[in-house]
Design a protein around this ligand. Sequence first.
Ligand code: C2O
Ligand code: CU
Length: 608
Amino acid sequence: MKFNLKRILILFISLFVIGSVAIETSVHTVSGDSLHLKDYTNEITNLNEPYKFIKTDYFKPITHLTFTNKPVTRYYQLTLKKVKMSPDGFERTVWSVNGQHPGPLIQANKGDRLVINVTNHFDDPATVHWHGMFQHGTNWYDGVPGQTQCPIPNDVSLVYNFSTTDQHGTYWYHSHFFAQYVDGLRGSLVIHDPDDPYLKQYDFEYLVMLSDWHHNTTGVLLPLQDAPGYSGFRPIPDSPLISGLGRYNCTAAPPGSKCNSDQPLPVYNVKKNKKYRFRIINSAADGVFVFSIDQHKLKVIESEGIYLKPTIIKKLPVAVGQRYSVIVDANQPVGNYFIRGTLDKRCTPNNNATINFNSAIDWDGLGILHYEGAKNSPNSKEFDDDFTPCRDLDKKHLKPIKPITKYDGHVTDFVNITITFGADKNQRLEALINNSSFVPQLNDPTINKITRDIAAKDLPKDQNSVILNHNGGIAEIYVKNDNNADHPFHMHGHVFAIMFVGEKGDVPDESKYNKKNPVVRDTVTIPGNGFLVIRFITDNPGVWAFHCHIEWHVEIGMVMGIIELQDTLKKETIPEDVVALCLEHDLQKRTTRKMLNAIVINEIRSDD
Ligand code: C2O
Ligand code: CU
C-alpha cells in the first residue's frame, strides 16, 4: 500500500513538472527554408512500391527468402500501436508492432536494401534502431534519438532506408526512445547468406526471442528508479517470455486485474531426424537468459553475424542484446521436451528497496519442443550447467570459423573509460562514464550538430563523446568497470574484437591480448569490478552509441557517443524528412503535453 502511494505521488509530481520544464527547452531552428513536414503516407502510394505489412508466427519455421542473382530492395511496413495484450496471462497495454509482440521478422538476403516505413501511432514519440546493422553511409537511420535523429512524433511516418552490404546473421530491432522497447517495440531481423557455410546443415529455421516482462509500463517504472534517494537495484520483472509467451501466477496480481494463470506454453514443432537452426535473441531490458532444450545439445554456429567453429554445448547463456544461432538435431525418441528460457536469478541483484522486489516471477521460462506424433506430456530433465554464471559464453565456443586477423595492427586511437554509479545533487541515481552522465538532446541530435560544423570537441560534456578521426585506423577502448554490476556493452555501427575480458583483480596486460584470433561481436559483458579491452576499425563515419544494454542503466546515463570521422560526416546531407522530424518534435513539444509522458523523467534530470 505504502509502495503504491509513493508511486502515485511521484507520477503526480512528474506530471506537474513537465508543464514548466518543457516550455523552457530552447527551440532549435533548423537552417534552410525548404524544410517541410513530409506526409509519407501519401508518398507511399506515389512510390508504387508495396510496403509489406506482415505478421510473424514465431512458432512456425521461417519461410526462406529465395536467393536472387542481384541484390534487391525489400519494403516493409511497421505500424506502431498500443494494444491490450496478455503475454503472460496478465493483461496490459503493449507497445506493439503490426499488432504483435515481439514484432514481425524483417528479413533480407546479404547485400539487399531494406526500406522500412515506420508509422507511429503510439501517441508517444518513437524511433527504431536496427541492432547490429552497420548503417554504413546512413548514420541518420540508426534510430537513436538525441544522437542520430529526432524522435518520430505521433501519427508521423519515417522511412528507414539502409543497405545490408557485408552483413549476414541474426539481428533485431527495437525502439531507442527511452525504455520503450521494454514496453514492446522489439522484433527480429535476419540477413540470410547464400554463402552461409552451415546452410546445408539444417532443414528448418526457428526464431527464439527472449525477453523479461513487466506488468507496469516503463512510464511507471522509470520515475520510481529516478526518485531521489532510490536505493534499490533495477526493477525486478514479472515473468520471462519466450517469443512473447510466458506464465504468471495470477493469485499475485493486484485485485481487479485481468489475469489468466493457465497460459499455454509456447510450442516449437519438430519432425524426428530433422535438423533445426534456432536463432536466439536476448531482447530483454535486463538479465541473462540461459537457453537449453532437455536432452538436445546445441551446436553453436553463429554469434552476432560471425560464423563460428562449431562446438557443442548444453546450455547457452545470452546477455541482453546478444544473439546466437545453434543447430538442434531432433534425434531423440519422439516426445515432448522442455525448452528452457531461464532468466538467471544469480545475475539479477535484489534488495527490499528494489522496484517489484517481491515479484511473483517464475524465473524458469518454459516452452516445449514437440515431436510430430508425440502424445506424452513433457517430464524431461534439465541439463546441468556447463557455463560460468553471469558471464558470456566462453571464448572457446566463440572462435570465428576463420581467424579474423585485421585487428592485430597499429592502434591509432586509445580510449580510456571508467564506469561508476553516483548520485546527482538531488540524490537521484546516475551512471557515470568518466564522471559524466549522458543526457540526450532530443530536439538537436549530435549528427545534426556535426553537419552544422560543430566540432566534436565542442559538444556538450554530457554527450560523453569519444572522438575518432583516423580513417581506417584501429581504435582500442579500455573500459574499467568500477562497480559490482556486470554490464553488457553494445556498440552501434560496428562489430569489435575482444582483446581481453578482465575479472575483478585482473590487470591489463597486452601480452595476454587475443590479437591473433579474437572473438568478434557487437555486444559483450563487462564483469563487475573487471574490465574490457576491445578494438575496432574506424571506417564508418557517424555518431555511434556505445552503451550498456541494460535499459535501466541507459536511462540513468550509461551511454557514450562515438564520433567517428567527423570530417567526412559533416559533409553528408541528412535527408530532409529526417531533419524535419526535429521541427515537428519541437512543435509538438510546445503544444501537446500528453506525448511528453515518457520524456518527463529526462527533462527533469537535464534541468538540474
Ligand atoms: Cu540494441 Cu543501442 O541498442
Ligand atoms: Cu549496465
